[in-house]
Design a protein around this ligand. Sequence first.
Ligand code: HEM
Ligand code: HEM
Length: 183
Amino acid sequence: MFKNTAKTWGGAARALHWILAVLIIGMIGYGWWMNHIPQRPDRYFYRSIHADIGYVVLLLLILRLAWRLINPTPALPVGTPFWERWMARMLQGSLYLVTFVVAMLGWAHSGATARPYASWFGLFNIPQFTSTDKAAAHAYEDNHILGAYILLALIVLHLLAALYRHFYRRDRVLHRMLTGESV
Ligand code: HEM
Ligand code: HEM
């Protein structure tokens, strides 16, 4: 089953969720690593790879949101308290929003630096929507990094919520994101 139903996620939504989960967690880990390895001349190379994958994250995120708009969203199991529904909605909405903002700040930083991260794996150039400005580049960079760690905190909360449902509530919400089985 490719499309969502009122009771579960279809293959496309599940694939997009897990591919993005791996990419985003990987981007945070890799971003930290590339910035904390000792200063060396090939730093630009590592940052370019990070930026190239970042553009892919942004594209997949937009595809995912578009797919979400034209599909039903599976409801949480009957009997889920109002506050849990509300928390889930707020947290998931924040994950979409903060991921988008972090990626856009990375892109803005790229265009504002003296040497933009425009070339996509050396194949073609991605247009930059900001122009060279040292002070702005620093501000975008600081906020990009701050946003990435806010995103990490939200992901930890999201993971805890999934484990809470699975082990405490013992419902099939984690299961349906993994297998697509209806709940
Ligand atoms: C959701 C996607 C992204 C995530 C989660 C992410 C995460 C991060 C993290 C965690 C760092 C390093 C933080 C630290 O120093 O501790 C970083 C740095 C960086 N990111 Fe991203 N990033 C994303 C997308 C992008 C995009 C789209 C671009 C550019 C087009 C980009 C460009 C950069 C650059 C150039 C740096 C190094 C900044 C510096 O000079 O210190 N990132 N990112
Ligand atoms: C760390 C491992 C992760 C687990 C165990 C997990 C688990 C889940 C589960 C079970 C759902 C389905 C909730 C439902 O059926 O109502 C879900 C939805 C969602 N997850 Fe994750 N997730 C993980 C990582 C991530 C990451 C890294 C992100 C993005 C930053 C993310 C973003 C989302 C969003 C936005 C939704 C809502 C889907 C929608 O309503 O469109 N997840 N996740």
